[in-house]
Design a binder for this molecule. Structure first.
Ligand SMILES: Nc1ncnc2c1ncn2[C@@H]1O[C@H](COP(=O)(O)O)[C@@H](O)[C@H]1O
Ligand SMILES: O=P(O)(O)OC[C@H]1O[C@H](OP(=O)(O)OP(=O)(O)O)[C@H](O)[C@@H]1O
Length: 328
């Protein structure tokens, strides 16, 4: 991986990148891209399972970036992040920036019925109260979560990165490809993916009779005889995309590929993908992919160079708009 373009501008002594246990490989790759070493921190557990954080280098007055997606195990990873933030703040860090490429609890962004929590807002409050000065995140399930924070939040998207994977194949044959949103909530995302590749879109009408179960009702748009690229933010149980892919294939699609930012891949998701008609699944490394989930169909693209460039620009007070912000 190459170092980010303007890393020579970084005031290296002022920048510290710390990793929790959620995705140390991503943190390592970001630090490498920035041309620095990861900061010295130990994040362990006491015998009673409480989290024990020790920052083994001075962070006084420094700009600290804690890289910690709050993916599975969500509560442990979130708590590690909060405790690391508290430790940095109490050690007089200049700024504490939380790099949370996958924001756990984002799907609990509103009350869908009476007496439900809004857990995404609670998480925002916890991050803020723990001492965060800024949050950097990617492809939030619900964009309005940005408004849950009264501190700066940078919301990036991996959609351009994911679409570039398909560029060579789709660009020369636009009539043979169609971008498909697997549900109504994903239409804007699919639209911007399609715009980069100058492709048309189709939209699936999905129904969720209960959590973690989905059904395809209908497809709006032309996809017969075409190579379909299903674009989503999250692959959790893979029910949404496997059902969508099967429906498209059964109704005349030539081939089905998937592009999604966050590979949550719970339960039997990988097995289901392996046994499905899906040709390939392109995800990013916002969430660490354990060895047992590295199946042949899954291709991972790293967001590390993008995050490094963002950190570089934030750290040197350069504009980040137009780099890879939401909606660009
Ligand atoms: N982590 C979750 N896994 C599955 N389902 C979830 C999760 N968090 C919330 N939900 C349920 O999803 C719907 C709301 O989804 P929208 O995308 O906002 O329509 C609601 O029933 C939650 O209970
Ligand atoms: O892999 P799965 O277990 O199926 O979960 C992932 C799906 O769930 C979410 O959508 P949701 O059902 O919340 O619909 P929405 O995007 O229309 O809000 C997400 O955007 C994916 O489409």
């Amino acid at each position: 991986m190459s170092e980010c373009s303007s890393s020579s501008h970084i005031k290296r002594g002022d920048l510290v990148v710390l990793a929790g246990n959620s995705n140390p490989d991503l943190a390592e790759a970001v630090a490498k891209s920035l041309g620095i070493k990861l900061g010295e921190v130990e994040v362990k557990k006491f015998a009673d399972s409480e989290i024990n954080v020790k920052i083994n280098e001075a962070v006084r007055g420094k700009d600290v970036y804690i890289i910690q997606p709050t993916s599975y195990p969500t509560n442990d990873n979130l708590m590690e992040l909060l405790i690391m933030t508290d430790a940095c703040k109490r050690a007089s860090a200049g700024y504490v920036n939380l790099v949370v490429p996958y924001y756990g609890y984002a799907r609990q962004d509103r009350k869908t019925r009476g007496r439900e929590p809004i857990s995404a807002k609670l998480v925002a409050n916890l991050m803020t109260v723990s001492g965060a000065d800024r949050v950097i995140t990617m492809d939030l399930h619900a964009g309005q979560i940005q408004g849950y924070f009264d501190i700066p939040l940078d919301h990036f998207t991996a959609i351009r990165l994911l679409s570039s994977y398909f560029k060579e194949k789709a660009f020369d044959n636009p009539d043979e490809y169609v971008v498909v949103s697997p549900d109504l909530g994903g239409v804007t995302r699919a639209r911007s993916f399609a715009d980069y590749l100058k492709l048309t879109i189709a939209i699936i009408e999905k129904r969720r009779p209960r959590p973690n179960v989905s059904e395809v009702m209908n497809v709006i748009g032309d996809f017969e005889g075409k190579h379909c690229i299903l674009v989503d933010d999250i692959i959790d149980t893979a029910g949404t995309i496997c059902n969508a892919a099967n429906y498209l294939k059964e109704h005349g699609a030539k081939e089905v590929s998937i592009a999604a930012t966050h590979g949550v891949l719970s339960g039997n998701a990988c097995e289901n993908l392996e046994n499905s008609c899906v040709k390939e699944v392109v995800i990013t490394d916002t969430i660490k992919l354990p060895e047992e989930k590295k199946i042949q169909k899954i291709k991972q693209i790293s967001i590390a160079p993008l995050l490094a460039e963002a950190i570089n620009r934030i750290n040197t007070y350069e504009s980040i708009s137009g780099l890879f912000e939401d909606g660009k």
